[in-house]
Design a binder for this molecule. Sequence first.
Ligand SMILES: Nc1nc2c(ncn2[C@@H]2O[C@H](COP(=O)(O)OP(=O)(O)OP(=O)(O)O)[C@@H](O)[C@H]2O)c(=O)[nH]1
Ligand SMILES: [Mg+2]
Length: 427
Amino acid sequence: MVSFFRRKKPDPSPPASSERRYSAEELAAAFPDARRSETMPASSDPGTTASAPTAPAQLAPFEVSAASPAIPSEIIAAAMDVEPFVSAPAGAELLPAPAAQLQVENATTQDKPAAAPGKPGWRERLRGSGFARSLGGLFSRNPKLDDDLLDEIETALLTADVGVAATTQLLEALRRRMKSREFADAQALLGALRAELLAMLAPVAVPLRIDPEAKPFVLLTVGVNGVGKTTTIGKLARRFKDENRSLMLAAGDTFRAAAVAQLQAWGDRNGVPVIAQGENALGKGGDAASVAFDALQAAKARGTDVLIADTAGRLHTQQGLMAELGKIKRVLVKVDPRAPHEVLMVIDGTTGQNALSQLRQFHAAVGVTGLVVTKLDGTAKGGVVFALAREFGIPIRFAGIGERPEDLRVFDAEAFVDALLPGTLGA
Ligand SMILES: Nc1nc2c(ncn2[C@@H]2O[C@H](COP(=O)(O)OP(=O)(O)OP(=O)(O)O)[C@@H](O)[C@H]2O)c(=O)[nH]1
Ligand SMILES: [Mg+2]
């Protein structure tokens, strides 16, 4: 399948001019609308407490719409950390891939996300994961039904970062059932393991439902640096557009000029307006809370269905930055008491057990209502999904199993578990 962007391959040769990074000035030159107005003051301190939002009066918001000038593909690639698709002519308007190629699942249905014909599915994507490989290897040897097998399953679960608590819970159940001679052979044990894993995930496999009464339905995305927040927003934008929802994005990552450009690129690809503010003297794009405020007012005035706000990545240990998230939330509430309708925390599936302390801190700061676990393709640590489910019970809305728009899947416990386990179950 042809995709517009593909991942940068490591290249030992010196960077060619088309691959070089762009400075904030060059990005600003590419997006003339994004230039700071002469009258713009510096942004307010993100750590200050929320009062009535003052920023709309301080910083003129600007909207980067689909009608904005075509952005050179190299600049978009630099902002998005991907290389432009070779056949996309530089300077050409970036169009979404044909809908027939995308076959994105409907987020509002419980459809089993089995692979559509010709499209790699969960099993294909997760096959390379350490978890799937170790369990697959275990059962491909036709093991004997004994304590050693249980020990090996335990090791596989721990290695995959399922965590001590969740692994102990799973193994205790299996040991008990083995003692009472419930299993005729190793395959029966594998079947029981599948059922236990599913039981752990089923309560959190709750898809995101967009309340049609909320105009707009506000999604606030949060998470530590580099977990895939902006990419997930881009993928969600494609999904919601395919569902014929009107959409707006808020460039709430005001820490880096390139972050605005990255979101803008996703907006342009999907024909979705992006609300942002100009850079201040420090090269920062205004105050995140006031960007969110402006965007919500704009979306409300237009009767937009969904507003997705990006935020800067922050370490869960950075108290000032965590407090800023609370401020964003409080400012949104001033415009709509029910906003944000979803606080979507994006978690990098390769993080392992650290994801637990991340979620604990973000949940305390901003009240997480849903999770997206990204980068589950190819990680040895995907087992953290079970630990998260067991410890928090917060719905896992989506799973990221690749970098392309169609690689954001509605989280399906059965598809996930079956992708990790050997196919011999015939499940
Ligand atoms: N393999 C894989 N890569 C992903 C997935 N989701 C995101 N990525 C990649 O992760 C990298 C970081 O993604 P971003 O969306 O920029 O992450 P972010 O959380 O917005 O980063 P900051 O804004 O810097 O905090 C990019 O190279 C993405 O392509 C996924 O599901 N699988
Ligand atoms: Mg980002």
